[in-house]
Design a protein around this ligand. Structure first.
Ligand code: ATP
Length: 340
């Protein structure tokens, strides 16, 4: 379990100070895949560096399994850090060492025997699917393979926490998928808590169960991924959600629509079961209206379907009002799109 309590971090350079974290609090429970998303400079990396004690907060506390990091001696802190694996955006592999030797680094530093190292590295390379690359050098690997080496190295000491700083940002979409699948498998099979920093909402959507959105050194929204995706509160969160769940139509379409066939346009959102109900056919059977579906989309988040639809309702005012009242009962959110 990771807990951050009102952490502030001020960097001072050349007489100028910058507050990178302005009182951040969050709690990552055992077994979570917790995503931190934010634009560049939001403070994400600084936050993750507090968790592995690469930085100390200017004020506030970081607790691992209930114990504050600032309460440990240097020696105790080293033991705690051994239980925290780190995966980096640019892999941070040693180019002069083979894949085997890169994965072995934490074990060598920990003073393990040659036999132990050989067994553990062999096991890890098999786990990440790179048994045949043990003698290769990093420059002979693809980006995805390099990241698998980075992940194997991070797992070497049987950590209970894995920190991933933009672990897929340097990879193409297909490789990103396979690395995310590997992280999810690690979380499930070894019960490793994962804290993942990213600027891509698709990463959050695919593997995280909880998310915190950061902006200018603050957490502006946090919660279960399904809730945040279903009902983003802050405009920045809404913008992030819209990068993976689109729900807009071009203004020109709206303009043509209202000129050719005046009606009212609504955005609907469905969560879970309501996404699979035949709501539109019930609507046209119950009210004397015409429905023009302009956009429809379904996305899966945490094994739950989120649906979005934009539709135009044409008909007499009274019928449209009846249809809106019906929709309000059936869908999770309804919002009128203003005419242009
Ligand atoms: N060691 C440092 N010295 C001075 N300023 C720093 C230092 N580390 C980070 N900062 C500043 O703190 C702010 C937050 O940086 P941080 O790297 O945590 O953001 P980020 O959200 O991870 O951004 P990115 O996605 O671009 O990495 C930035 O304005 C950055 O310039």
């Amino acid at each position: 379990m990771i807990e951050i309590r009102d952490a502030r971090k001020t960097f001072t350079r050349g007489g100028l100070s910058h507050e990178a974290l302005k009182g951040v609090s969050l709690r990552v429970e055992k077994g979570d895949i917790f995503g931190i998303i934010g634009t560049s400079g939001a403070g994400k990396s600084t936050l993750i560096r507090l968790v592995n004690a690469l930085e100390k907060p200017t004020s506030g506390q970081v607790l691992i399994d209930g114990q504050p990091l600032d309460g440990y001696s240097e020696r105790e802190l080293r033991a705690v850090k051994k239980k925290i694996g780190m995966v980096f955006q640019h892999f941070n592999l040693l180019e002069s060492k083979t894949v085997f030797d890169n994965v072995a680094i934490p074990l060598v530093l920990d003073g393990r025997s040659k036999k132990e190292i050989r067994e553990r590295v062999t096991e890890l390379l098999a786990y990440v699917g790179l048994s045949d690359k043990a003698k290769s050098y990093p420059k002979e690997l693809s980006g995805g393979q390099k990241q698998r080496v980075g992940i194997a190295r991070a797992l070497a000491n049987h950590p209970s926490i894995l920190l991933c700083d933009e672990a897929t940002s340097a990879l193409d979409p297909q490789t990103t998928q396979s690395i995310l699948a590997l992280l999810k498998r690690i979380n499930e099979e070894f019960d490793i808590t994962i804290l993942i920093v990213t600027h891509e909402m698709a990463v959050i959507q695919q593997i995280c169960n909880k998310v915190a959105v950061m902006q200018n050194g603050e957490i502006i929204e946090q919660g279960y991924v399904l809730n945040v995706f279903g009902k983003p509160e802050h405009p920045t969160t809404e913008n992030f959600v819209r990068t993976v769940i689109r729900n807009t139509i071009p203004g020109s379409v709206l303009q043509d629509l209202n000129r050719d066939r005046p009606g009212r346009v609504f955005k609907l959102e469905f969560v879970g079961d309501s996404a699979s109900q035949p709501i539109i056919s019930r609507l046209v059977r119950s009210f004397d209206v015409e429905i023009n579906i302009l956009f429809a989309n379904m996305t899966e988040v945490q094994q739950t379907t989120l649906g979005n639809m934009i539709l135009q309702i044409v008909g007499a005012d009274r019928e449209i009002e009846g249809a809106i009242a019906f929709l309000k009962e059936q869908v999770d959110r309804i919002e009128e799109v203003e005419a242009i």
